[in-house]
Ligand binder design. Sequence first.
Ligand SMILES: [Zn+2]
Length: 512
Amino acid sequence: MTNRNTGSDTEKPAVWIDANIHATEVTGTNVALNLAQTLLEGYGSDVQATRLLDQSVYYIVPRLNPDGAALALAERPRFVRSGVRPYPWQDKAEGLHEEDIDGDGRILQMRIQDPNGDWKVSELDPRLMQKRKPHEQGGVYYRLYPEGHLLDFDGFTIKVAPKPEGLDFNRNFPFEWRVEGEQHGAGPYPASEPEIRAVVDFIAHHPNINIAITYHTFSRVILRCYSTKPDDEMETADLWVYKKIGEIGAQLTGYRCVSTYHDFKYHPKEVTTGAFDDWIYDHLGAFAFTIELWDLPDAAGIKERKFIDWFRDHPHEDDLAILKFVDQHGGADAYVPWYPFDHPQLGKVELGGWNRMYTWSNPPEDLLQAEVERNIPFALALGDLLPHLAINELQAQSLGDGKYHLELRVENTGFLPTYTSVQGKNRKAPRPVRVELELSEGVTILDGRRKFELGHLEGRSNKLDVATIWVDDDTDNRARTEWTLRGYPGAVVAVHVLSDRAGSLHKQIELP
Ligand SMILES: [Zn+2]
């Protein structure tokens, strides 16, 4: 999305937005669409929307994984992580496969009474299940499973089977991609999946992208790089900028901003690789964020929880608080009281519990709009951080005798530099700013070059210090260059100022 009357998209700095790479995480689609609508409707009346579309471009992919999302939203849904093709094997493994077995459009939980079960009916609310204490004996206990069918059931052992569609698209990006034996679901080779190949191709051919957001659910957190290593192994200047942008995000969304490595690892000793955000930052030097939208515990008043650890251990009172919140806001279908069901393989079981898709994975419908809207200001603010080239002055002066002095002054008026990040510069991802002259016939250069590198221009991101005692406001965002030409009055000289990340400018001047 851009205003094409002010230039083509590829000659403007860009923000990348995508959503719903994971099949069930459909909330992000709504944020992406709402952002597009806000920009479109605001153009011409809202100052920010107009500025952003005139000067920059938003590449928006509202549903990166349409096949997976279609399954999750089907009348009889199925939940896959990402891709819908079988991977890594073509056949289904034996064991329990999650499925809507009673055809009511919901995938819930199954509970089966068993003296060696690990669960019991909650003391706080009979609808809830509570963990049996390690030393607890003599009660009525249950086993809990996802709702589903068994393949090749032996009548005694029940094991939840790995999903036949085992791909995780967010492990399929080129950054530190790993094989199946090291990381499950990353695909046979980097960018092997058509959805990811399309994204990787597009982004590789659009060096104007400076900042990216990928929308996921859930946790109400803005994740920044790296996933694979601690902050002190990141370029220090980049870390400061990353944190500053994250701070803006935290203020505007009310979410927290953390490093994936430090605060969002699924296992304390394991990292994930091949993720979108690490690829964008590490290889291309653009600042990327993974935003985990929505969080049921947070919405229910359980604040500042440890994102991952909470699932391993938390007070049972938290579960009650969440259930009460869902009773008020979730609608009748959000938490389903247990009801008997004749399972074709397991006999008498009960179905019930969380309707996960519209409670945990995504907000209940009544809360969706508010969750979407709180994310729009940050997505817009990112457009106001982009580097922007501007021609401050282009002047031609006659020196007499057919000689002319031509002077060009350019500036980066944006916050980010024309190389986006130190990492980008190290990777040589963005080309430095270049200048090219195009001369009318009969005009020649006496001094200066027709085509040369102006180098990179800083923005304001290298000036984050807030103390005023050692101020030295460097004009390192400016550059100036001059030529001596031989020509004649009325001859036209075209000046092209070209950059990968900060837009390109074309201006003509007539010799006096
Ligand atoms: Zn996700």
